[in-house]
Design a binder for this molecule. Structure first.
Ligand code: IDP
Ligand code: MG
Length: 180
């Protein structure tokens, strides 16, 4: 009886700690557990670039902890892009993002928010260097094929919006070969 109670208590503790870890996964605790929200936009999906974009994050050594094909509602996209609601391109942006399915992902690893943005390139593909995703695969700002969170806080908010807590906790076998 006592043993059962103790094991229930310790499971409760583990769960509580997990929730704290998840909420705080991008900052203090483990720098290797920083997370970012990356999405292949409808044009990237239609152009067959999902695999290419996934490959680049995998090759770098990052860990995918969530990934799903989704056709986002306009309401969802208005929430996701709320900070841009006053921009003249806002309605067009929501239409574009709602024009087909996207492939939404969460990637985890050291500095993944900043590195993810560098791997994507500049917002306007014509300013993106070759070698970046936007610099290699697109031209117009309104068809820039991928999204990446711009800061740790916005990443956590976007992950919560798109995936809630449906993110996988696991260790990649390659971890000791990627991190010293
Ligand atoms: P980001 O995606 O690089 O973070 P944001 O400024 O957050 O860039 O803009 C969100 C998205 O809105 C861009 O990725 C792009 O699809 C679209 N966008 C940004 N600026 C323009 C513009 O001037 N015209 C049309 N679409 C734009
Ligand atoms: Mg942005």
């Amino acid at each position: 009886m006592v043993a059962t109670l103790l094991s229930v208590l310790s499971a409760f503790n583990r769960n509580t700690n997990n929730r704290e870890d998840m909420a705080d996964s991008s900052s203090s605790a483990d720098p290797k557990a920083e997370r970012t929200f990356i999405a292949v936009k409808p044009d990237g999906v239609q152009r067959g670039l999902v695999g290419e974009i996934v490959k680049r994050f995998e090759q770098r050594g990052y860990k995918m902890v969530a990934g799903r094909m989704m056709w986002a509602s306009k309401e969802m996209l208005q929430k996701h892009y709320a900070d841009l609601s006053s921009k003249p391109f806002f309605n067009g942006l929501v239409e574009y993002m709602n024009s087909g399915p996207i492939f939404a992902m969460v990637w985890e690893g050291k500095n993944v928010v900043k590195m993810g943005r560098m791997m994507l390139g500049e917002t306007n593909p014509t300013n993106s260097l070759p070698g970046t995703i936007r610099g290699d695969y697109c031209i117009d700002v309104g068809r820039n094929i991928c999204h990446g969170s711009d800061a740790v806080d916005s990443a956590n908010a976007e992950i919560a919006l798109w995936f809630g807590s449906d993110v996988q906790e696991y260790t990649l076998a390659s971890k000791p070969w990627v991190y010293e």
